[in-house]
Design a protein around this ligand. Structure first.
Ligand code: ADE
Ligand code: ZN
Length: 319
């Protein structure tokens, strides 16, 4: 039985398995530049974050209708339940769809169809977090926030993802202020490929409550001390870090050291269709590669509920 856990760093578009991509391509008459699923999988040899993003955004071409987004989310929730996930906070990238002529309403309504049935069908509670693409302009992010206003009852918070280096958090100060004023919770990717200073900026300028990845904090002892003191949750994604070459091999991942330092770490799958495993696979992998023991695995699971945007009672029930 997999350990019950919450997943807090999961891009729904990153759960698009090759088989579903080809099925949707056929249904929507979209031509893919790969002969079959095998050839597509062979392309999953990434140099860095950007080389992954190029393929990831390209494959989204198959997602066109509400039914497509519903099927995508339902497939993830089925797998997540089997991996012990009881609660999932799911990222989506509306700008990547709007740019292809798919309205934000299609994305949110489609995802909601699966999410609304998730507790009953899969025993997984859910929240949606809308991410802004940081390599697009701040104006585009603000337009996206405005476009999402009719759907705010479905969205718990906003995040920031895509190509990190050269796109520091401060670029999105105003849009994060506007999101906070709308009552949205705040998270951002920081310190995945970008420097530790981006983590500090996400905390001080964007006022985020959790840091997605936060891996490179280990390069700055004062920042580590602060993250421990303020108990800032980090949503780490060890398999992603290996596949996107943030680290050379899983055996070198600092997760065990980060836990020993007292950091509020969680373990997540990021884009599991691309990175070789869903969240319980990741728990197994870090146990094998890093010698993380049962007690630390329990700490990771407990942290995931504590760091979730659940009300206190619901989180305590899971613990
Ligand atoms: N979008 C999907 N996965 C991502 C990641 N690991 N980093 C930044 N943006 C992403
Ligand atoms: Zn991510």
């Amino acid at each position: 039985m997999p350990i019950p856990k919450a997943e807090l760093h999961l891009h729904i578009e990153g759960t698009l398995e090759p088989e579903l991509a080809f099925a949707l391509a056929a249904r929507n008459d979209v031509e893919l530049p790969y002969a079959d699923t095998e050839e597509l999988r062979k392309a999953y040899l990434f140099e860095d974050l950007q080389s992954f993003l190029d393929l990831y955004y390209g494959l989204m071409a198959v997602l066109r209708t509400e039914a497509d987004f519903e099927e995508l989310a339902d497939a993830y929730l089925t797998r997540a339940a089997a991996q012990g996930v009881r609660h999932a906070e799911i990222f989506f990238d509306p700008q990547a769809h709007i740019a292809r002529g798919v309205p934000i309403g299609t994305v949110i309504e489609g995802l909601s169809r699966a999410l609304d049935r998730s507790e009953e069908r899969h025993g997984v509670s859910t929240r949606l977090i809308m991410c802004f693409l940081r390599d697009e302009s701040a104006e585009s992010a603000m337009e996206t926030l405005r476009a999402a206003e009719p759907y705010l009852d479905r969205i718990i918070g906003v995040g920031l993802d895509s190509a990190e280096v050269g796109h520091p958090p401060a670029k999105f100060k105003e849009v994060y202020e506007a999101a906070a004023a709308l009552g949205l919770r705040l998270v951002a990717h920081a310190g995945e490929e970008g420097p530790p200073a981006y983590i500090t900026e996400a905390l001080d300028v964007l006022r985020v409550e959790r840091v997605d990845h936060g891996l490179r904090c280990v390069e700055d002892p004062e920042l580590v001390e602060r993250l421990v003191r303020e108990r800032v949750p980090l949503t780490l994604c060890p398999l992603s870090n290996v596949r996107l070459r943030a680290i050379d091999m899983l055996e070198e991942h600092p997760l065990a050291r980060m836990l020993d330092a007292g950091l509020m770490c969680t373990v997540n799958s990021d884009d599991p269709a691309y990175f070789g495993g869903y969240v319980d696979d990741t728990f197994h992998a870090v146990r094998e590669a890093l010698g993380i023991g049962q007690e630390q695995l329990r700490t990771l699971a407990r942290n995931s509920f504590e760091a979730a945007f659940l009300d206190r009672n619901a989180a305590d029930e899971e613990l």
